[in-house]
Design a protein around this ligand. Structure first.
Ligand SMILES: NC(=O)c1ccc[n+]([C@@H]2O[C@H](COP(=O)([O-])OP(=O)(O)OC[C@H]3O[C@@H](n4cnc5c(N)ncnc54)[C@H](OP(=O)(O)O)[C@@H]3O)[C@@H](O)[C@H]2O)c1
Length: 300
């Protein structure tokens, strides 16, 4: 039972505790004032009795008023001052008042800080940041690069169906220093990795491993991996071109003049969405069995 009482006392919250302490202080002050008043009454009565005893020697007078009246008057003033302290000073300007003033000041400071914070937020709009994409997307040109026959043929049995050294050279010039994103099959069609390019290989196989590049398992991760690149290249093959076409900004297409046996195809370029902005003809010669055009398409 007692244990419970103790527990309850310690459960009083600090605000309640403060109120109780304040009440105690006020009671003590008032009790003191009352005692002072009683002592004053008794003291004054005693003074009056002593002063008015018949055999008391001649009592000195100040300003023609008897000394005991002065004493009572001064004491009364002291009592009044005491009462003033208890009822006015302590009540209005006591510790509670001090605390209220302090709280007000703190609140004022907090309001001022909040105002300043709002102002700073308004004036300085923080740049939009993305964890992975440090290249603003608007400046990025996702570029598909391919060589396709007249019927969009890309290759057969995991290989190309033509040999065009100048097209290879152009491919190298355009892609060097950039990220090249490709399907697993295209990656495996290379005799060795292409130098000075970061290979990003797409596969659904989560156990797929290669030291030649970065293996990813979806298109978004592939693009995010190339985030620092202002022109990542999608280099094929057919499956990959098809899926990236809606996201691409530019198509660098080598249109090879001729029809070829093929099992992989480039997707159709919808001319209502794409505009041909450049076309450069390359004639057939002793190194190039077929003529071709370098075409640059941009999204409308
Ligand atoms: N003419 C050209 O310019 C050119 C350029 C490149 C390639 N090619 C030719 O194209 C042929 C290869 O093309 P392809 O269409 O057969 O294969 P591909 O596009 O190179 O690769 C297909 C593979 O990529 C992975 N893949 C596809 N979509 C994916 C996705 N959304 N998420 C994760 N992984 C994904 C899958 O790998 P997993 O099976 O491992 O899951 C899929 O089997 C070859 O003949 C090559 O010579 C031609």
């Amino acid at each position: 039972m007692f244990g419970n009482k103790k527990k309850n006392a310690s459960a009083i919250d600090p605000e309640q505790k403060e109120l109780i302490e304040n009440a105690r202080r006020r009671i003590k002050q008032k009790r003191l004032l009352f005692t002072h008043f009683v002592v004053f009454l008794i003291g004054s009565l005693g003074l009056i009795i002593i002063a008015n005893r018949p055999n008391v020697a001649d009592i000195p007078r100040i300003l023609d008023i008897q000394w005991w009246i002065w004493v009572i008057f001064l004491w009364l003033l002291l009592l009044a001052y005491h009462a003033f302290n208890v009822f006015i000073t302590n009540r209005l300007l006591g510790p509670e008042w001090e605390k209220r003033q302090y709280d007000l000041l703190v609140q004022k400071q907090k309001d001022r800080i909040a105002q300043l914070e709002k102002k700073v937020q308004k004036e300085f709009v923080a740049p939009k940041t993305k964890l992975v994409l440090d290249q603003p997307e608007s400046q990025r040109k996702i570029t598909m690069i391919a060589a396709a026959g007249a019927n969009n043929e890309l290759g057969k049995d995991g290989d190309l169906v033509w040999h065009l050294p100048d097209d290879f050279r152009r491919f190298k010039e355009l892609t060097t220093g950039h990220h090249i994103i490709m399907g697993r099959k295209t990656f495996e069609s290379f005799p060795k990795p292409l130098p000075n390019r970061t290979h990003i290989i797409l596969t659904k196989d989560t156990h797929y491993k290669t030291k030649a590049g970065i293996v990813v398992h979806d298109l978004e991760t592939a693009l995010a991996t190339a985030a620092g690149d202002d022109q990542p290249f999608i280099i094929g093959g057919g499956e990959i071109y098809k899926q990236f076409l809606p996201m691409a900004d530019v198509i660098e297409l080598t249109r090879v003049h001729g029809s070829f046996e093929s099992d992989t195809f480039f997707p159709n370029i919808d001319e209502s969405k794409w505009k041909l902005v450049n076309s450069l003809h390359h004639p057939a010669d002793d190194k190039h069995k077929h003529s071709f055009d370098y075409e640059t398409w941009v999204r409308k």
